[in-house]
Structures are given as structure tokens and as C-alpha cells.
Design a protein around this ligand. Structure first.
Ligand code: ATP
Ligand code: MG
Length: 833
């Protein structure tokens, strides 16, 4: 993937040949992992690459030489495939290398390589190792791919596709891209049956055995689970180690899926304790030497895995009880609905087999067809979503032509904010044009520029482009393709012609503020890691003039103390005023210098390293201030959540930070004025005020309660007899609903046995409360039911509670009528009770 632009010829390759050893996480095999001897979701792959350099004639003999002489594989065990139409590759194998013709097989799609999306493609040739007759039938890889295990795939890059299996052209130059699975090679070299028994994986499998109490080799079904635990344990360790946090989309979702699948299998194998810490530890123990970043991050990885596991185990438990309930509701031998199984699968990660099994144990059958139909629908939804989000944006031809003829834009903006340049091309509405007149909105391309094009979170520059005949306002600068700075501009005077000399001037004040924010972002990043821990990983940033936004991984919200501490240590560094230096070096040198580089960074042979005071060292292409003091105050404005385990901090820098503080001070002073107190005594004044208010509220409440008691006493005197009960119906005047309620309760309490109906009106609206004593309710009188009818007179309704009902309506003027009606119906009901 990282070499795609070189293979497509979109970017010149910085080297004609490359070899790689890299970590791979392959999700396409996820469903079969554990059921074959040769598939993991996590593995390491070695490769050799040619970008317009050597082709098949070299790649094939070299591969053969490496496998037989380098690794010492027995040539009699090797098999080979080529594409149906690839006579050239077949000839190289047969005549050049001299293999036995019986060992060469031809296949169609299996020997054509392509990406899941648009991109380079070509026929491939694969090398297989025969594990021996005890592993399956004879006949080569076209018969059995487990016995004959593919160890190396050589791809001959030749075509361009716009979608899988649809060749639309030839690559500008042919290339080579090969992949040899390290784990599969190790399997052969170590003479073991599967990937799971090689020395890099077996200890993780042992940790899975220890965690579940199940022994590997006892039973094929539990073996599958143990293999999944071993593989997924490795995968999740590396994902978290590379800065991925569990979430519901993108790579975060991949991590979540792996982890949940592992936990679910552990659960099924009977483990009730956390399994992931054991898997992570075992993985780091074996892989730590080759990947030294892992042991350093060990605690953070364990913590994140365990946290996610704990959360998921709760989900599993609730899924299980949902299934339990669903089964309880069924008659013996009943059919469990497929949509329950789908929900369990989708929401709780329950595999349908597990649901099926549990149902069968209880003597029920699962409606498998309904489940399959729901799964099919979900797959279609997923496919539709995938298509719209991964359509690779191919750079428009104009930009590629421009890049081919003049190369990348020379960026002089690290040293200066203005300079001379020549207009190479003007693009208007996606088409190259010769000139742009006043009013035209265009993109200007020049040979060299001080304008920074948006990258690494830093926004693009604005400013002016002036030629002899015209002047244009640059409102933004963006990379048309990597390395080609496009100045989005509007011509405001005269005309600008392609080929003219120009003066380019960046808005220096704005740029200066952006620089402060960018260095400020690095310091903030450092401070967050300092205060919260090194698990903090940058997840994105926005660097603007005067303000910045920094997104990072962290498990929980920051409390004000933590946030304050982050701001404090950051400003300490600002005040210290250390030098900020930039240096271009190789990736290895940068890693040795401890530079922070993250998953997703582009590959490249030279990188730029920004070092502030030796404590903050990051790979960065942005513009920075020369000393940290120039950042000015770094004021944290707030912190928020932007997704699961993802936080965002916003901050102000330089003059903007200062203005923010003076604004806060102004508000403080005004508040102090309102409270008629000096600003330094504001808190005391506010506390006194709140205390006094509370005191008064209590006194008012006590006074109101007394008044209510008096009123209640008065109302009781008006109690009428209704059979064996008493009935009070009264208008309490202007009262809010909660006061009415309190009053009704008070009357009821002193009524002995009966009902109190209290009405009141406020702002033209009527309110009614009816409170019945328990014995009246038991005798069949429902205050709620009766009040419903009464409330209709005032144009409303209310609650139906038999003991205490409340109602209201907009017609306050009809309250008296309503109370008359209440007297009638409540009286009747009580007399009859
Ligand atoms: P298979 O058909 O066996 O699944 P593949 O055709 O998918 O293999 P490639 O995509 O050609 O494999 O990948 C290149 C090499 O990477 C393979 O030759 C193999 O050595 C290794 N490899 C591929 N998939 C896996 C996997 N899931 N686990 C371990 N190694 C793998
Ligand atoms: Mg495969």
C-alpha cells in the first residue's frame, strides 16, 4: 500500500529497489483463522520490490535461489504456479531455473494479483511447499492448499485497474511486488505442523492454555479456540502498540473485532478471568526483541486490552441472559427466531453456532434461514457503505502532467515568507488555462513558493501573488497531489498569465500565529504524555492562527486538576524558552533520536525532525518558532470526548491566549461590580450571597408550609359528609401546581377518611389535584379516574393515579364549574362506596 504511488508512477520512487519486513494484519482471513494450519490475522511478511527496475527475469530466479540455497528448502518439495496466460513466467521457471515441468501449474484468478480497490495489478507466480502425504491428497496446489502451503507470492506489476478484475491500462513501467510469509517459512524450517507452533506463536498459545485451563491437542474444537486466542492476542497487542484504540469504525473497529472474538472464545472455553493481559504479556515476551517499542508500552497495552475485555465480558453476560429469556418464552421444542440470533451476533458478538448450540441444549431449534436472510441484508448494507467510502481518489491528469514536467514545488517557506517564483500553470474549473482575469477564481502553480500547503494539521497559508500585469489574493494553499502546492486564489487586479514571473507574499502575521500554534501543539503533546502517560497518542490535530486542537487516545475524561497540570507543565516549558531546531535525517536516525512517529505516517527515506529543547522530538513538516518562548501563553480552553477512548483538547496561543485571559479578567471584574465587591473578594461575596439566598428560601418555605397548614385547616372546616366519608372541594386561589399538591396532601392527612379536591388558577390556567385516603381507594373510588372527567371542563387532562391525581387545563375561568362538577361526581362516588 505504501508503495502504490511509486508503482502507479504518481510519485517518483526515491529508490529503484526495496526490500521490506513488515507487520501485517489481514482481516480477509479472519473467519478461517484457527481452522487452517496456515492462516493468521497477524503475521509478518517479507518482500522485495522493483519500481521500474528489474522484472520477472530476475525476480523468479532470485526467489528460487533464496528458498533453496538461502533457506535450504528441499527442492523436491517445491511446487510452483503461474497465470494461465503468462508463458513468459512459465518459460523462466522451466528454462531459466530448470524446474520439473510436472511441478508447474497454471491457474486463472488465483494467479492474478490486485488490490481491493483501484490500483496496480498483474499476474503472479507462487511458490508452495509440500508438507507431505500425511497432510492431504497428492496433485499439487490446484488440489490441496493445506498440504501444499503457499510460502511466497511474486507479483508482476503490469496493469492499472479501476476496480477489481477490470484492467484499464498498462503501468508506465513494470514493477515487482513480492510477499513471503515469515511465519509460514518458519513453520517449514522448524518442522512444525502449523503457524501456531512456531517459536514466535507457541508461547502465546501456551498463555491461552494457561488462561483457559484447556490443553492444546486434546480436542479439535477447543484447539480452534486456542489458535484464535494465540493469533488474535498477537494482533491486538500490535494494534494497540501502534496506537489504535478500540472504537466502532476503521482500524479501531478492527481491533475491537479481534479482541472480542478472542474474549468470546476464551469465555466459551470456560475462562472467567481476563485473558488478554496474559496474551499481551506472552506476545511482548516473544516479540519484544524485534519490536522494542512493545516492552516500553507494555503497561499501557495491557491496561487498554483489559479495559475493553471487561466491558465486553459484561456485554457477553447480558447477551447470554437475553438468549436465556428468549428461550424461556418458548414452548418445548419451539423455534427460536432468526432475528434474535442475528441481534445476538450483531450486538453481543455471539456466533450463530453458539446460539444454535445453546438452543439445542434446551431442546429448541433455531430458524437458521431467517438468520441467514438478516446476515445477507447486513452484508449488502456493508458493501454499499464500503463502495462509497473507499473510492480511491485518483489525482486528476492535469496535476500529474504538471508534476511530470516540472516536479514538486520547491518550498522556501521554512526560511522566508516572501520570494520570487514563476507561474507554471493556472488551473480554472479543473482545466489548465493560459491566463486568469480579474474576478476569476483559479489555482496557481509556481516553481517555488513560500506558501505552506495544508498538511499535518497545519492550515494552508494565505497571501498575495503579484505579477507585472495583475494581482491575486490567495485564500488557501492545498496539495493538489503530494508535493504540488496549489494556491487557491482570486484575481483582484488585471490579468495573470502562465509563464510570468511573480512575487509571492504570505500573510506574515497570520503565519507567525500559526507557527506559535504549531510549536505549541508539540509542547502540549509532550505535556499530555508527561502528565497522563506515554499511552497518549496523537490522533489528529488542527493548527491555526492563535488556536489549536489536539486529539489523542486516552481512556477517560481529564479532571480540572489534570488539565491544569498539563497547562502548567506546558507553560513551564514555554517560559524556559528552549531552542526549537529542525533537521532532515534518515528514518533510522530519527528513531534513534527518539522521535515520535505514528501508525499512518507515510514511508519516505528522509524525514524532518522537529526538536524542542530535547524533550519534544517529533517527525513534522510544519513551520515552527525558533524558541518555545515565542509560543506565548498556552491557554487550555477545554477538553471533551470525540469518540470512545478519544479526547480533544483545545487551546489558545500567543496574543489570542493573552486576549482570552484579559477577557476572563474583564468578566471577573464586571461580576465583582455587580456584587459590589473588590475582585479579590469575589468568591467570599458569592458564597455569602448564596448562603443568604438559601437561608431565605428555607424561611419562605417554612412560612408557606405554615400558611398552607392554616389554609388546610380552613378548608377542613368546609368538609362535607358523603356517606361514611368526608369530601373537601375547594378553590385555593392563585397557586402553582406543586403548591396545590402539597395542600391537597395536607388536607388529606387531616381528613381521616375521604377525598380532597383542590383547585387553583395561575396565569389563566386551571390546576386540579385530587387526593384520596387509602380506604376510599380500596372501596373502589379512583381519584385519577374521576378527576379526568372533571379536568375536561377546563379543557385538559391529567394523571390517572387512584390515590393522588393531578390535572390541569387552559380554561382557568371555568375552574368554579369544574369544582362544582367535582363536588357532584366525587360526592356520588363516595356515597356509593
Ligand atoms: P493463501 O491462499 O494461502 O491464503 P494468499 O494467496 O492469500 O495465501 P498472498 O496474498 O499472496 O497469500 O500473501 C503473500 C504471502 O503472505 C503468502 O505467500 C504467505 O506466505 C503469506 N500469507 C498470506 N496470508 C497469510 C495469513 N493469513 N497468515 C500467514 N501468512 C500469510
Ligand atoms: Mg489468503
Amino acid at each position: 500500500v505504501q508503495f502504490k504511488p511509486y508503482l502507479l508512477g504518481e510519485e517518483p520512487a526515491p529508490y529503484p529497489r526495496a526490500v521490506s519486513v513488515q507487520k501485517c494484519l489481514r482481516m480477509v482471513d479472519i473467519d478461517i483463522v484457527g481452522t487452517t494450519a496456515r492462516h493468521g490475522s497477524f503475521f509478518e511478511m517479507m518482500g522485495n520490490f522493483s519500481f521500474g527496475d528489474y522484472f520477472k527475469e530476475k525476480a523468479i530466479p532470485w526467489a528460487y535461489e533464496f528458498v533453496t540455497e538461502g533457506l535450504g528448502f528441499d527442492p523436491d518439495r517445491l511446487w510452483f504456479t503461474v497465470h494461465l496466460d503468462d508463458d513468459e513466467a512459465a518459460e523462466i521457471w522451466l528454462d531459466g531455473v530448470g524446474i520439473d515441468p510436472d511441478r508447474l501449474q497454471r491457474r486463472d484468478r488465483d494467479n492474478f494479483w490486485q488490490m481491493g480497490t483501484a490500483g496496480p495489478a498483474g499476474p503472479s507466480s507462487e511458490i508452495f511447499y509440500d508438507k507431505g502425504p500425511e497432510y492431504g491428497e497428492d496433485g499439487g496446489p490446484i488440489v490441496d492448499e493445506e498440504r501444499f502451503t503457499e510460502v511466497w507470492n511474486l507479483v508482476f506489476m503490469q496493469y492499472v485497474q479501476d476496480e477489481p478484475y477490470h484492467v484499464v491500462g498498462e503501468l508506465p513501467a513494470t514493477g515487482i511486488d513480492t510477499g513471503a510469509g515469515l511465519d509460514r517459512l518458519a513453520m517449514v524450517l522448524q518442522g512444525v505442523d502449523s503457524l501456531f507452533e512456531i517459536d514466535l506463536v507457541r508461547p502465546v498459545l501456551a498463555a491461552a492454555e494457561a488462561g483457559t485451563g484447556v490443553t492444546y491437542g486434546d480436542d479439535e474444537r477447543s484447539d480452534v479456540g486456542l489458535r484464535i486466542l494465540a493469533d488474535h492476542g498477537r494482533g491486538l497487542t500490535f494494534l494497540i502498540g501502534d496506537g489504535v484504540v478500540p472504537s466502532n469504525e476503521g482500524r479501531g473497529y478492527v481491533l475491537r473485532r479481534l479482541l472480542r472474538r478472542a474474549v468470546r472464545h476464551a469465555w466459551q472455553l470456560g475462562s472467567s478471568d481476563s485473558i488478554t493481559p496474559r496474551l499481551v504479556d506472552a506476545t511482548i515476551d516473544v516479540m519484544g526483541d524485534a519490536y522494542p517499542a512493545l516492552p516500553i508500552a507494555r503497561d499501557g497495552i495491557v491496561e487498554m486490552a483489559e479495559r475493553e475485555e471487561r466491558r465486553f465480558r459484561r456485554t457477553l453476560e447480558s447477551g447470554y441472559s437475553l438468549l436465556d429469556d428468549a428461550l424461556d418464552d418458548l414452548p418445548d421444542g419451539g423455534t427460536l427466531s432468526g432475528s434474535v440470533a442475528f441481534k445476538l451476533h450483531d450486538t453481543y458478538g455471539f456466533p450463530v453456532e453458539l446460539t444454535d448450540e445453546i438452543a439445542a441444549e434446551r431442546g429448541m431449534v433455531l430458524d437458521r434461514a431467517e438468520f441467514d436472510a438478516e446476515m445477507q441484508q447486513q452484508r449488502e448494507r456493508a458493501r454499499a457503505a464500503w463502495k462509497t467510502t473507499t473510492g480511491v481518489e485518483e489525482a486528476a491528469q492535469v496535476y500529474r502532467d504538471l508534476y511530470d514536467s516540472s516536479g514538486p514545488t520547491e518550498f522556501i517557506g521554512y526560511e522566508r515568507v516572501e520570494g520570487p517564483g514563476r507561474v507554471l500553470s493556472i488551473v480554472r474549473d479543473g482545466e489548465p488555462v493560459q491566463e486568469a482575469e480579474t474576478g476569476h477564481e483559479v489555482e496557481l502553480y509556481v516553481d517555488r513558493t513560500p506558501f505552506y500547503a495544508e498538511a499535518g494539521g497545519q492550515v494552508g497559508d494565505t497571501g498575495w501573488v503579484t505579477t507585472e500585469t495583475g494581482r491575486a489574493r490567495v485564500v488557501d494553499t492545498q496539495h493538489a497531489i503530494q508535493g504540488l502546492n496549489g494556491h487557491r486564489a482570486k484575481v483582484v487586479e488585471g490579468t495573470i498569465h502562465a509563464g510570468q514571473d511573480a512575487t509571492l507574499e504570505v500573510d506574515a502575521g497570520r503565519r507567525e500565529k500559526i507557527r506559535k500554534s504549531h510549536t505549541g501543539t508539540h509542547i502540549l503533546h509532550w505535556a499530555l504524555r508527561e502528565v497522563l502517560g506515554t499511552h497518549v497518542r496523537q490522533a489528529g490535530s488542527l493548527v491555526e492562527d492563535g488556536r489549536l486542537r489536539f486529539d489523542f487516545s486516552h481512556f477517560s475524561g481529564l479532571d480540572p486538576d489534570e488539565l491544569g497540570e498539563v497547562e502548567r507543565v506546558a507553560n513551564e516549558r514555554v517560559i524556559e524558552n528552549a531552542r526549537v531546531t529542525t533537521q532532515v535525517m534518515t528514518r533510522e536516525e530519527a528513531e534513534d533520536a527518539g522521535a515520535l512517529a505514528f501508525f499512518g505516517d507515510k514511508y519516505g527515506d528522509r524525514v524532518r525532525v522537529v526538536d524542542a529543547g530535547g524533550y519534544s522530538v517529533e517527525l513534522c513538516g510544519g513551520t515552527h518558532v525558533p524558541t518555545t518562548g515565542q509560543i506565548g501563553p498556552l491557554i487550555v480552553r477545554g477538553e471533551s470526548s470525540i469518540g470512545s477512548n478519544l479526547r480533544r483538547v483545545e487551546a489558545y496561543t500567543g496574543g489570542t491566549g493573552y486576549e482570552y485571559l484579559t477577557e476572563l479578567r474583564r468578566r471577573l471584574r464586571e461580576t465583582a461590580d455587580v456584587l459590589r465587591t473588590p475582585p479579590d473578594q469575589l468568591e467570599d461575596a458569592a458564597r455569602t450571597l448564596v448562603g443568604r439566598l438559601k437561608d431565605q428560601e428555607e424561611r419562605i418555605a417554612a412560612f408557606e408550609a405554615q400558611t398552607r397548614a392554616d389554609v388546610a385547616g380552613g378548608l377542613l372546616e368546609a368538609a362535607e359528609e358523603a356517606g361514611e366519608y368526608s369530601l373537601v372541594v375547594a378553590d385555593a386561589g392563585t397557586m402553582a401546581p406543586d403548591e396545590l399538591r402539597a395542600l391537597a396532601l395536607q388536607v388529606r392527612e387531616r381528613l381521616g377518611s375521604g377525598i380532597a379536591v383542590i383547585g387553583g388558577s395561575r396565569d389563566g390556567k386551571a390546576g386540579l389535584v385530587a387526593a384520596a385516603t387509602k380506604d376510599a381507594v380500596q372501596a373502589g373510588v379512583s381519584a385519577g379516574d374521576l378527576l379526568q372527567g372533571v379536568a375536561r371542563i377546563v379543557g385538559g387532562g391529567g394523571s390517572r393515579d387512584p390515590e393522588l391525581a393531578q390535572a390541569g387545563g387552559p380554561k382557568g375561568d371555568l375552574l368554579a364549574d369544574a369544582l362544582d362538577e367535582a363536588r357532584r361526581v366525587f360526592g356520588e362516588a363516595l356515597r356509593e362506596a
